[in-house]
Ligand binder design. Structure first.
Ligand code: HEM
Length: 227
């Protein structure tokens, strides 16, 4: 099949990373914007969480559209990680011995931390699900099913929970910045080779909006502005 033989090439895997990456970008942006309801109070945030489960009914059963979104997201994460692992293995095969002295020419800090950043983000998401979706006891001090506002505030009141979230958001920011920049490259969306072109600016603004928005939540709780 043509699609499968395209996937076998490095460019095919990069295209899969780019397309699944666009989907994941859409999610993190939408998720951050939705979470801004934290600033409107418990009723607004909890109502929004309930709406996420109701949307699509009565055409779909309760939670139906949410489950479809979850499955699409899970598939995007699975192919993103699979293609990343295969590309890493390919690059190791191409250069089995590590460089004696590594000289990085024109690779930003963000570019050099894509793999480890990705691993940290995956670990963060697992902790985040245990913390705010599953309410696993070791991840949470006091989980009340259905009371999203309470769960967020109780979690972020613990400095180490907030600290981990903040570190993970910084890693996410670097990943988003370099990820966006490379997906423009992979998909051929560029005008010239000027390093200060619109792609870098767009990637920077996008990453900053997500990181600053996300970091504001634990900081607002720690500062007592949201309680
Ligand atoms: C400080 C930033 C964040 C806050 C305050 C936050 C808050 C939340 C909350 C409250 C839920 C549970 C929602 C519900 O039960 O209705 C949730 C779920 C989730 N979050 Fe976050 N989140 C943050 C950052 C992130 C990031 C950066 C990612 C991904 C990289 C992420 C991925 C998810 C996922 C996958 C779910 C599960 C959605 C589901 O299946 O229901 N979150 N988040």
């Amino acid at each position: 099949m043509a699609l499968l033989s395209f996937y076998r090439t490095a460019v095919g895997k990069k295209t899969v990373m780019a397309v699944s990456g666009i989907l994941l970008f859409g999610f993190v942006l939408g998720h951050m914007l939705g979470n801004l309801k934290l600033y409107l109070g418990a009723e607004e945030l909890n109502h929004y969480a309930e709406w996420l489960r109701e949307v699509g009914s009565p055409l779909l059963p309760h939670g139906g559209l949410l489950w479809i979104a979850r499955l699409v997201l899970l598939a995007a994460v699975a192919v993103h990680i699979t293609a990343a692992t295969q590309l890493t293995l390919l690059s190791w095969q191409a250069r089995p011995e590590s460089y004696k002295e590594r000289q990085t020419i024109e690779a930003t800090y963000a570019a050099r931390t894509m793999r480890w950043g990705g691993v940290l983000i995956a670990l963060f998401v697992l902790y985040h699900l245990a913390h705010l979706t599953w309410g696993v006891s070791w991840a949470h001090s006091d989980f009340v099913p259905g009371d999203v506002y309470h769960n967020v505030v109780a979690g972020f009141s613990l400095w180490w929970v907030s600290g981990f979230y903040i570190v993970a958001q910084v890693a996410l920011g670097f990943h988003l910045y370099h990820g966006l920049w490379s997906l423009f490259q992979t998909l051929g969306w560029y005008v010239d080779e000027n390093p200060h072109d619109w792609r870098r600016r767009f990637a920077l603004v996008f990453a900053l909006v997500i990181v600053l928005g996300n970091i504001s939540f634990p900081l607002a709780v720690l500062a007592g502005l949201v309680r």
